[in-house]
Design a protein around this ligand. Sequence first.
Ligand code: CTP
Length: 402
Amino acid sequence: MNIENLLKKTISSSQYRAINILSEQFDRLGIRAFIVGGTVRDILLGKAITDIDIVLEADPQDVTSEFDVKCEVEVHSISQFGTCKIILLDQIIDLAMARKEEYLSPGDLPVVEQASFEDDLARRDFSINAFAAGINSSDWCELIDFHNGLADLTSKQIRVLHSKSFEDDPTRIFRGLRYSGRLGFDLEKGTQKKMMEGLRFLSLLSGVRLTNEIRKIFSEENSDAILSLLDQYEVMTYAHESFPNGADLTKRRDLLQSVGIDPHNRGFYAFVSLIGSTERQNAIERLNLGNEFMKFGSDIGRIELLEEKVSRSELNDQLKQISETAIMVAGTYVSRKTKSNLDLFLQELNEIKLLIDGQDLIDLGVPEGPRVGDVLSKTLAHMIESGSLSKSEQLIIAKNFI
Ligand code: CTP
């Protein structure tokens, strides 16, 4: 089957020209090259292509240096597996060395070695991701489907290529469910069974890899369906016993959206806020979310402990070091009384600012030294209790404390 017509429909004209330029270069250098994986899957599904993945039977770093200078290829980055991101005609293209993989222990990254493109297709996760299409002139756009992906695309199923796939790489559990939810495909029976057997290896995944998979799910258009599939297989619980389930995440994320929380991290703010306070810091470490989230976790913990009956200045003291994001997030789930305290802080107390400074007090006759700071903080505390004041009113109050 030749997919040139489909390719032309799903990629832009400059992507098409870029692939043609690469084709000429690979022909000239005598290197076999193929569009592969999800790129071919999406071409077959008629979806617009954003990422173009090309596999070569050579090391891309060596090859790009042999390109005709007229091509103006810019090598952008090189990954640990020898994949190069190049920019050609303003298009980003991933060039990867055909490789085979060996997994030394479950959950670890594989050891890779250069191999044929047949090996490269065989190492992949699912049949619908194991297509290739030639880009040399001899096999331009000829579809290669060694693993019957086309039949699975037609019958709408996700089928794993090898029995140890989920054990070797448990991220494939998230990936399989992500494709299932995204495309509305079912997991093939054998694949489903293998996936369930592989769940126990999720606890071995590093935090970075786990977070990466969860983030990809959050950014899917159909993420609610995927989160509900995660619940069906108890994936989150296998990853860590304190992780929240998908249904709660969906609800909490919607609430955070309604109060305008930054979409990039919204999913993880929801995630962290759903974890019990005693488990929270542990879970943030497990996900390797970094210091910003550590602070966020401790901030919402402090808000959860706020007394409902609290004076204005006490409220101000408790919240002044807490991030606005944490206050907004906690505001979606704390009691009504605490929520109105948070609103009071954000809308009024946090806006109260001293308009006088040390020099004003010195001009009033206060000697330079700690006394100046003392009078300023007493003036601010007075305003927190009784409301904001103009500069002249602040000076009058300050005089009372001199
Ligand atoms: N792949 C794999 N196992 C993984 C990750 C990736 O076999 N754990 C292979 C698949 O063939 C996949 C390709 O590498 O199609 C590229 O990976 P990625 O960019 O993550 O997948 P896409 O299919 O392009 O996914 P998406 O559509 O979500 O971008």
